[in-house]
Design a protein around this ligand. Structure first.
Ligand code: GDP
Length: 444
């Protein structure tokens, strides 16, 4: 899986991580190679371009952590970008609806739709203990109906009785009725495919959708077809609307172009991947694991993560010292705000603290949310270093400049300055008490 792309990338990074220092030219050269490797892996140009741009931005702005080489930092940056491009979190199939929950499978002929229908049904029955009914709506190919029936028999899953002469919508209706009457939790509808996306097919899909009111519409696409798979997904999404993607034949996919482009181009999550012909060859799509596979540098990534955690600790200790001295300027406020963002923003941070449910509700009611933290950081970024050290310099004209520079309003600048003043006062008084807030922060 993704072997050829993985080999290419590890070659690039081997050279990069072996160096003690990196010049801007080194980074540029590596980025050019990464770009070429991704394009050769058939990743969409519209994905590659911003991907490389973001890495460049981050690589330039990154603080170098002691104990980690610059090359290793770059590996970590690329890893994080891969995870982001793949969609960050796994998105499971959602069955939270009144049963029978309809799951509609769509895609081109030969993409692996029928096989995947059986794989998913098997997973729902064996792992999730659901009662599942499968129905083939492929009236154009009787062999397809027969194929689903056989797969059902092999895997102990019930299929809707085949009634010759019915239209796809009639079958869909019958399937949903059978689902209700038979007390099924899930009804999976395996629709017909075509060799290409065409009007007739799209109409048929829209009709079935109207009748079955599916909770999930899963587009099945063959990873080996690369960018064509992405185009097909886009067409189906535009015409029928899909809730997720199942990428098949990932077991034979050395390049990874479809996997890497799908989310970014269609905006729809890959929910599952098919990794073989057998009924159990189906896996959840975990962006982080996939990124690890593609990059093959899990050790370096965790090394950098650990080092970064140490830095956070060092920063907290330095902050504690400053507080004891009673100096807390806007630069310090900024690093506190950024620290907070790293921990998952305001909501993430508060979620970790016990007993803050009420405070959180109050803050939400007052309109304090994670976006505000970002805006506050932007305000501080628009100040000169001198202003950050001496907030009292911030008079009307400077406030106006900073508001314009950060795309905010003067009231927001005022609010931030007030917040800073209150925090500085509070910290000063607590810093005086031994083991107060300063002690607490140091121990964090
Ligand atoms: P459909 O026309 O879309 O219903 O496609 P099928 O379900 O009949 O699958 C076409 C072929 O692809 C079959 O031989 C399947 O065994 C094979 N296939 C489906 N999914 C996978 C997969 O994830 N990996 C591999 N290696 N083969 C697959």
């Amino acid at each position: 899986m993704f072997d050829s792309l993985s080999d290419r990338l590890s070659g690039i990074f081997d050279r990069l991580t072996r160096r003690g220092s990196l010049s801007a030219e080194d980074v540029d050269a590596a980025l050019r190679e990464i770009r070429r490797a991704l394009l050769e892996a058939d990743v969409a140009l519209e994905v590659v371009r911003p991907f490389v741009e973001r890495i460049k931005e981050k690589a330039v702005g990154v603080e170098i952590i002691r104990s980690v080489t610059p090359g290793q930092m770059v590996v970590k940056i690329v890893h994080d970008e891969l995870v982001a491009t793949l969609g960050e979190e796994a998105v499971p199939i959602d069955l939270h609806a009144t049963p029978p929950v309809a799951v509609m499978m769509v895609g081109l002929q030969g993409s692996g739709k029928t096989t995947t229908t059986a794989k998913i049904a098997r997973r729902f029955t064996t792992r999730d203990k659901r009662k599942v009914l499968m129905a083939s709506l492929d009236t154009r190919r009787p062999a397809a109906m027969e194929q689903l029936k056989v797969l059902g028999e092999e895997n102990g899953i019930e299929t809707l009785k085949i009634v010759p002469g019915q239209t796809p919508t009639q079958i869909a209706e019958r399937a949903m009725t059978a689902g209700r009457l038979g007390g099924y939790d899930v009804v999976i509808l395996d629709t017909a495919g075509r060799l290409h996306v065409d009007e007739a097919l799209m109409h048929e899909m829209a009709d079935i959708k109207r009748i079955a009111d599916p909770h999930e519409i899963l587009l099945v696409a063959d990873a080996l077809t690369g960018q064509d798979a992405v185009k097909v997904a886009r067409s189906f999404d535009e015409r029928v609307g899909v809730t997720g993607i199942v990428l098949t034949r990932v077991d034979g996919d050395g390049r990874g172009g479809a996997a890497l482009s799908m989310r970014a181009v269609t905006g729809k999550p890959i929910k599952l991947i098919g990794v073989g012909e057998r009924a159990d060859a189906l896996e959840d799509f975990y962006p982080k694991r996939i990124a690890d596979r593609i990059l093959g540098m899990g050790d370096i990534v965790s090394l950098v993560e650990k080092a970064a955690a140490n830095i956070d600790q060092e920063q907290a200790e330095a902050m504690a010292k400053k507080l004891q001295k009673g100096s807390f300027d806007l630069e310090d406020l900024k690093s506190q705000l950024q620290q907070m963002e790293k921990l998952g923003g305001l909501s993430g941070l508060m979620g970790m603290m016990p007993g803050v449910g009420k405070a959180r509700k109050q803050m939400e009611a007052a309109g304090v949310d994670d976006r505000i933290v970002k805006r506050q950081v932007a305000i501080i970024n628009s100040m000169t270093p001198k202003e950050r050290r001496k907030p009292e310099l911030m008079k009307a004209s400077r406030k106006k400049r900073v508001a314009a520079g950060s795309g905010t309003r003067v009231e927001e600048v005022n609010k931030l300055l007030k917040m800073h003043r209150q925090m500085a006062d509070m910290m000063k008084s607590m810093g005086k008490k031994k083991g107060g807030l300063a002690g607490m922060l140091g121990g964090m």
